[in-house]
Design a protein around this ligand. Structure first.
Ligand code: MN
Ligand code: MN
Length: 317
């Protein structure tokens, strides 16, 4: 039988700085590709930041993440997982948004992920600002509400901005709970910190049973203890993982629109993903990487390194 897997281009065959960049050097396998149905985990770019309320730029994220991802090799250094020889992974390309129309963009994104769900392709997404997660959840949670492990400085649970605007990168998970896409009792938000407008988001979380683990508790208890609780909260039912790069301290991830100081370092940013092994992960995303604020490119490299960790967590079960 022939080898069923799409393999990344090895740096031993073509130097990693050469060639057309795709996510992790995997083949570009858009929905019209003849082997699209063979994909099991699809890496998708969503170059869209129309939900951004402050410093923009994540629309440029997927392209820079693809470029940085040529640094990723085949084997996980700790678990030994070799994802590209375990499940069939591919770069599914970008979802084309309508940068002038939020509702139209969300409809396009949901329609793309609907196709993936029909084909049983689990998505690993490179955003995009955090509003990107909402249209993805609309596709993935069609059958039943999902649990969620959410790494972020912010809860993204606000009701609205600017006197009634409901769709921004500060509101996606409020909408997702209201729309029945997330089971709030199976949602845990980790790393929350920074100055606040008010406590409206915290009150919503408390009223609905969403568990917030602020950064002070994260550091006081340590990663293994906190992540054991996170695994208990989501359990073995279907779970989404959403990773906002501003979870990480801006020393290590300056290339983002809403940085908050006093966060995890790049080592801890990887460690939390290694505590997700064994969960029933139906999809994951890396959002809010903003190349215009990423002068060294280091934020994008950390972003794709986290994406590789998430990929390994998705196939660890
Ligand atoms: Mn966020
Ligand atoms: Mn954030």
């Amino acid at each position: 039988m022939s080898d069923p897997f799409f393999h990344p281009i090895s740096g031993f065959d073509l130097p990693r700085f050469a060639g057309v960049p795709t996510f992790m050097r995997l083949p570009h396998t858009a929905p019209d590709h003849p082997r699209f149905a063979d994909v099991e985990i699809g890496i998708v770019g969503v170059p869209w930041d129309s939900g951004t309320t402050n410093r923009p730029g994540p629309r440029h994220g997927p392209r820079q993440l693809r470029d940085a991802s040529t640094m990723i090799r085949a084997e996980h250094p700790v678990s030994g997982l070799r994802p590209f020889e375990t499940v069939n992974c591919a770069d599914l390309g970008d979802v084309g948004p309508n940068p002038a129309d939020i509702q139209d963009s969300m409809a396009r994104i949901t329609a793309f992920y609907d196709q993936l769900k029909v084909q049983n392709i689990r998505p690993l997404t490179a955003g995009g600002d955090h509003l990107t997660s909402l249209p993805i959840l609309r596709a993935l949670a069609k059958d039943a509400p999902l649990g969620m492990v959410h790494f972020d400085s912010h809860t993204d649970l606000f009701h609205s901005y600017f006197g009634g605007t409901m769709y921004t990168h500060g509101t996606p998970f409020r909408r997702a709970v209201e729309e029945g896409l997330l089971d709030p009792k199976r949602v845990v938000q980790i790393g929350i910190r920074g100055t606040m407008y008010d406590r409206e988001d915290r009150d919503f979380a408390a009223a609905n049973g969403i568990r917030i683990i602020p950064i002070e508790e994260f550091f006081a208890r340590g990663i293994p203890d906190v992540m054991a609780e996170a695994r208990d909260i989501v359990g073995q039912n279907q779970t989404y993982v959403s990773y906002d790069i501003d979870f990480v301290d801006p020393t290590f991830a300056p290339g983002t629109g809403t940085p908050e100081v006093g966060g995890p370092n790049s080592y801890q940013a990887l460690q939390v993903c290694r505590e997700l092994y064994g969960l029933n992960i139906v999809g994951a995303d890396m959002v809010e990487v903003s190349p215009p604020f990423d002068e060294s490119g280091g934020t994008a490299f950390l972003g794709v390194s986290i994406m590789f960790e998430l990929l390994c967590a998705m196939l660890s079960r």
